[in-house]
Design a protein around this ligand. Structure first.
Ligand code: 9MG
Length: 279
């Protein structure tokens, strides 16, 4: 008997802003999520809808905080957080949903519930992650992080951050390609084991990262603490970093980012549209 055909390959539709970038709206489902782009279960679908109406292309659902110092979440608990939310969001929207996880079992459960993209801050380095991603036939985002969320901001060190991040991303792309994974995005991981200087160097070199990895680049700078390292008035992540977040997304797009991951969708989309209107 002939074997079953592979699951169909998912294609991300074109970005809403002509010429891009794609805008990925953050939907965190963690206990501390209300101040971090989050919503409680019942509010998740309306929040996702609001982000889409404001111009988001993709909704990124995450059940484990990646903030510096955040505690790890057990696999079963993470699945219990994200699956009902993905199912509820999928019931009301057609747009792609990405699952922000490092765990293959969570990615599998999320894709079964309706997610279509695996956003992995660990770049498919967890045991079995490459094989799982290959079997899922979905686009993946491979992100760079030095260390682990609990300790990554203690003392980040690089001789040449841009060169080292590119070397890491190239190696992860090669590993993914070797397993047959087709649609691969890369992400230098703003704020993940990086000082202000490192973050600025990476933002300034998005075009080089895209060129030397041969992949489209996603940048997530929204509400990150490097903004407070530039402006002392930005201590409150949810309320005090809007201007810096929008500026960083715009700069990333101008430097060649093909996707920006943001909490404040309407404000970011407006800024991107003004830039695109210049032609
Ligand atoms: C989940 N998450 C938090 N920050 C992120 C970033 O900068 N990039 C990606 N891909 N995911 C992120």
């Amino acid at each position: 008997m002939p074997s079953a055909p592979p699951m169909s390959h998912f294609q991300i539709p074109p970005p809403k802003i002509a010429g891009g970038p794609y805008v990925m709206g953050v939907l965190n489902v963690t206990p501390d999520s209300f101040s971090d782009g989050g919503a409680h279960d019942a509010a998740a679908a309306p929040h996702a809808l609001a982000m889409l109406e404001a111009g988001a292309d993709i909704i990124d659902v995450g059940g484990e905080s990646a903030r510096p110092g955040a505690a790890p979440v057990e696999e079963g608990e993470e699945i219990a957080r994200v699956v009902p939310v993905i199912a509820a969001v999928r019931a009301v929207i057609k747009a792609p949903i990405s699952i922000d996880t490092t765990k293959p079992a969570v990615a599998r459960a999320a894709i079964s519930a309706g997610a279509s993209i695996w956003n992995d801050i660990a770049a498919l380095q967890s045991p079995g992650a490459l094989e799982t991603a290959a079997a899922l036939h979905r686009p993946v985002v491979l992100m760079h992080m030095q260390g682990e969320p609990g300790t990554m901001q203690n003392a980040p060190r690089y001789d040449d951050v841009v060169t080292e991040v590119i070397a890491f991303l190239r190696a992860r792309v090669e590993a993914a390609v070797a397993k047959g994974i087709e649609e691969i995005w890369v992400d230098p991981g703003i704020g993940f084991g990086k000082t202000l200087k490192h973050n600025l160097a990476l933002l300034n070199n998005v075009e080089r990262i895209a060129g030397e990895t041969g992949r489209r680049v996603l940048i997530g700078a929204s509400r990150k603490s490097f903004i407070a390292a530039i402006d002392a008035h930005a201590q409150d992540a949810a309320k005090g970093r809007l201007g810096g977040s929008v500026a960083a997304a715009l700069i990333a797009a101008q430097r060649g980012a093909a996707m920006v991951r943001v909490h404040d969708v309407a404000e970011t989309v407006q800024a991107l549209k003004v830039w695109r209107a210049l032609g």
